[in-house]
Design a protein around this ligand. Structure first.
Ligand SMILES: Nc1ncnc2c1ncn2[C@@H]1O[C@H](COP(=O)(O)OP(=O)(O)OP(=O)(O)O)[C@@H](O)[C@H]1O
Length: 257
């Protein structure tokens, strides 16, 4: 059997401030993500979700425990990993086409071949006709489409997403979720998707992992048996609503004020 795409085993992560204040962000945290699996993480604010993604990237090593990607310990930046974060990572001084072509060019592809490839991706994310627009001329949803094209053009084997759609309005968000599922289903990267939105987690994921309040560890794990392809309408089914109710009950117990 193949090694899991991502494997965090008994990981803890401690931060020490310049004044010597110690924060334990994660405690004894274990998670496995299979190849091609879409895993969503939900949890209270400050429970260590972003820290978890940082450990998978290699930018933020654990204080103890092990982090492996495709069976090998993480030692640094891995080109097989793509990211989409809440803030737009588009280059404001480049037009849409050049933004999307920038990854392949950085990786050594001939610029004209990279632009041809980028034109195809711009089309695939529904931005045909906007190739020569600059980010400030686009809506938030359109910029997110650029970010998705920018990431998917590199064909990442692992995709890490940290609340990528949280700044979008509800309708655009639902559209982007469908868009993401469409792109993901073509090549099935292993995804870790962090969100505060339980319904978003259920709409997208094969498995939803609920974290405890900080220091975070795994509180519960839900398999999401809803059939694919999933459209936004899936959220009106009784099965979806029951999953949402159970996950909220788990989360609510952690969100004490
Ligand atoms: N570089 C750092 N230095 C010190 N403390 C940090 C650092 N990064 C994170 N922390 C602390 O670690 C804990 C977990 O932070 P993290 O950003 O991973 O949480 P989160 O679950 O992603 O939060 P949110 O849902 O609010 O985005 C928090 O208490 C945070 O203050």
């Amino acid at each position: 059997m193949n090694a899991p795409a991502i494997e965090l085993s008994n990981v803890s992560r401690k931060f020490v401030s310049p004044e010597g204040k110690v924060t334990l962000a994660l405690r004894d945290f274990s998670l496995q993500v299979r190849e091609g699996e879409f895993c969503a993480i939900v949890g209270p604010t400050g429970c260590g979700k972003s820290t978890t993604l940082g450990m998978i990237t290699g930018l933020n090593p654990p204080s103890s425990g092990s982090v492996k990607v495709f069976g090998k310990p993480v030692t640094g930046i891995d080109p097989r990993i793509g990211f989409v974060f809440q803030a737009d990572a588009v280059f404001p001084w480049k037009n849409v086409l050049d933004n999307v072509a920038s990854g392949p060019i950085f990786r050594g592809l001939d610029p004209s071949a990279a632009r041809d490839k980028a034109a195809d991706w711009v089309h695939r994310v529904g931005l045909a006709g906007f190739e020569h627009h600059y980010p400030h001329q686009l809506s938030g949803g359109m910029r997110k489409r650029v970010a998705l094209a920018q990431t998917f053009i590199n064909e990442p084997a692992i995709l890490l997403m940290d609340e990528p759609f949280s700044a979008l309005d509800v309708q655009t968000r639902a559209m982007m979720q469908e868009e993401l599922l469409g792109l993901w289903s073509e090549r099935k990267a292993s995804v870790v998707f962090v969100t505060h939105d339980i319904d978003e987690a259920i709409t997208l994921a094969d498995r939803v992992v609920v974290l405890t309040k900080g220091p975070g560890s795994v509180k519960s794990v839900y398999d999401i048996p809803l059939p694919r392809p999933r459209a936004a309408e899936a959220r009106y089914t009784a099965e979806f609503i029951e999953l949402s109710r159970q996950i909220w009950a788990d989360l609510k117990a952690e969100v004490t004020i």
